[in-house]
Write a protein that binds this ligand. Structure first.
Ligand code: GLN
Length: 309
């Protein structure tokens, strides 16, 4: 076994007990059923080598990580100017599904969600993805994930989708506020696309390859430019400023790697021109980030000196 793989095994062993400090997301019943003890990491390097440790539970849903991909597609569809006319570039310091700042911006001329990594911002971004039908639009998002990960089997987990859809009162509230502010028009269709993109399912190694593609400014593991360099730069910057919800500042200081988490317990990380990392560990802290995943990334960054700062 190579040094890298041995090291990843050590990290998993060291932080396995951290899974006891959190629990899977409870507000989506299908996610609450995930194995709280699961923990796995995969790293794919720029040379195309794959290293893994822990036990990946097979496919899991992207949840908020999908916001990164949907932003990529919308930026490719409409360009920077059009997107940032509708959604801001600033971190919020609030939980991802907060309604609070929506009201605070109510007196201003142009009301827009503060960034595309919070739910409200991601809904606006969803509404900007091109396609004649809902199916065409979600397929275009899935296509980009297939290109970035090289896995043609990426698909939607329809039971997680149903489960989120049935319990999404808060997200519906956000979407209807956005409609009132004329930020989105077709609420139900936008919500559908939002739930479907959250439920796109990948494996740990797919996440690592997605991270690698971003780390290589849009080139996938085969060297193919699948997203423009300028788009990769924008989304990586959002990963630094807003990728870990309202824990992004602490993460930037302690880890210093562009990363995005999802409430499935997943994390994707892009270490510029070195490697992509995928982690799954469904036990979450109170901010919605994988407890063990955070510790693993902190150690990896410190011990290998990987912070970009
Ligand atoms: N589907 C989730 C939601 O909107 C995604 C959120 C997340 O991963 N933080 O509630």
């Amino acid at each position: 076994m190579e040094e890298m793989e041995r090291y990843l095994h050590r990290l998993i062993t060291r932080h396995r007990s951290a899974t006891k400090e959190g629990k899977p997301a409870q507000y989506i019943p299908e996610l609450a059923r995930q194995n709280p003890d699961a923990l796995a990491i995969t790293a794919v390097t720029t040379e195309g080598r794959t290293y893994g440790a822990g036990e990946c539970p097979g496919y899991f849903t992207l949840q908020s990580i999908a916001k990164v991909i949907t932003l990529i597609v919308a930026l490719m569809d409409r360009g920077e100017e059009a997107i940032f006319h509708q959604v801001g570039m600033e971190p919020t310091g609030d939980p991802f599904d907060s309604l609070y700042k929506m009201e605070l911006t109510a007196g201003e001329k142009l009301r827009k969600p503060l960034n595309p990594m919070i739910n409200a911002g991601a809904m606006v971004v969803c509404s900007l993805v091109r396609g004649n039908t809902l199916d065409e639009r979600i397929q275009r998002i899935i296509h980009v994930i297939k290109e970035m990960s090289g896995n043609p089997e990426v698909h939607i987990d329809w039971s997680v989708y149903e489960s989120e859809r049935e319990t999404a009162d808060r997200n519906r509230a956000l979407a209807y506020i956005l409609k009132e502010y004329h930020m989105i028009q077709r609420v139900e269709e936008t919500l559908e696309l939002y739930f479907q993109q959250s439920s796109i399912s990948v494996r740990c190694e797919d996440l690592a390859r997605i991270g690698l593609c971003l780390a290589q400014n849009g080139r996938n593991v085969d060297g193919k430019q699948v997203i423009p360099e300028s788009v990769a730069r924008i989304v990586k910057t959002f990963m630094v400023t807003c990728g870990m919800y309202d824990q992004s500042g602490e993460f930037a200081i302690r880890v210093g790697i562009p990363a995005k988490s999802g409430v499935s317990g997943s994390i994707v990380a892009a270490i510029p021109f070195r490697m992509g990392i995928g982690i799954i560990g469904p036990a979450l802290n109170e901010r919605g980030n994988s407890v063990a995943g955070l510790r693993i990334l902190r150690d990896l960054s410190m011990e290998w000196n990987l912070s970009i700062f």
